[in-house]
Design a protein around this ligand. Sequence first.
Ligand code: ATP
Ligand SMILES: Nc1ccn([C@H]2C[C@H](O)[C@@H](COP(=O)(O)O)O2)c(=O)n1
Ligand code: MG
Length: 242
Amino acid sequence: MLRRTIASLKSSISLHITEEASIHNAYHCRTFTTQSPLHLREKDRICPKHIDSVITFVLGGPGSGKGTQCAKIVETFGFKHLSAGDLLRKEIVSDSEYGSMILDTIREGKIVPSEVTVKLILRELESGDNHKFLIDGFPRSEENRIAFEHITGSEPNFVLFFDCPEEEMVKRVLSRNQGRIDDNIDTIKKRLKVFESLNLPVIDYYAKKGKLHRINAVGTEDEIFEQVRPVFAACEKKATIT
Ligand SMILES: Nc1ncnc2c1ncn2[C@@H]1O[C@H](COP(=O)(O)OP(=O)(O)OP(=O)(O)O)[C@@H](O)[C@H]1O
Ligand SMILES: Nc1ccn([C@H]2C[C@H](O)[C@@H](COP(=O)(O)O)O2)c(=O)n1
Ligand SMILES: [Mg+2]
């Protein structure tokens, strides 16, 4: 599976992205390890610019408030916000070769193949000067997680999990009013099932690694942010000390 992911990265995917050269260069960079060494085969490692970056994964069910809280983190702590869902939706409207597959997958509440999503994220990680990233809505599955680790050679520094009861998530999504194709009761039901079966194992994985910060996602946006703030304040403090 991992070999297939790398092989497909090297081959035909061309998501309107001009980074074939950058992927090529990355393959020829020195090998590296980041926060935690990953025992990858040397030839499979990539050396992107984000080697010294702070990477935060932001997880939670549909409508749990990930995007809302990310906006506040960006404003307060200067992170760059990468929403996997937004990156995939941009692919649909840019008419990329994967657009119709992505649209069908999102409409069905399923998960887009990891190599597609990781490639979009990697492009963003490698662009611009910001080295502090919030990766929102990713990894959604163990396959996503393993593909990210394998392709980038990195792990997140920490992971936020917005823990929200299902009925509250459904209520929020149904009143979101942003014209999203997946904001309807049938797709929400499917997304909740996928969240439970594929995303919860990833959350457990990071809990076991001691990287998870569980946030009670019920309350006002400001009340929730008061739980989020200390996580990032501690991260800033640590960066000043080291
Ligand atoms: N604490 C809150 N209380 C009530 N409504 C909220 C709260 N936080 C966010 N919302 C609203 O709920 C809706 C969903 O929030 P948001 O888009 O941030 O969720 P999300 O986790 O990013 O969802 P998705 O996974 O579907 O992208 C939005 O309309 C948002 O304004
Ligand atoms: N890692 C991801 C993230 C998102 N998707 C698809 C499937 C989701 O239902 C949809 C919307 O994402 P959201 O905006 O809710 O984060 O996008 C995926 O396949 N893989
Ligand atoms: Mg969102």
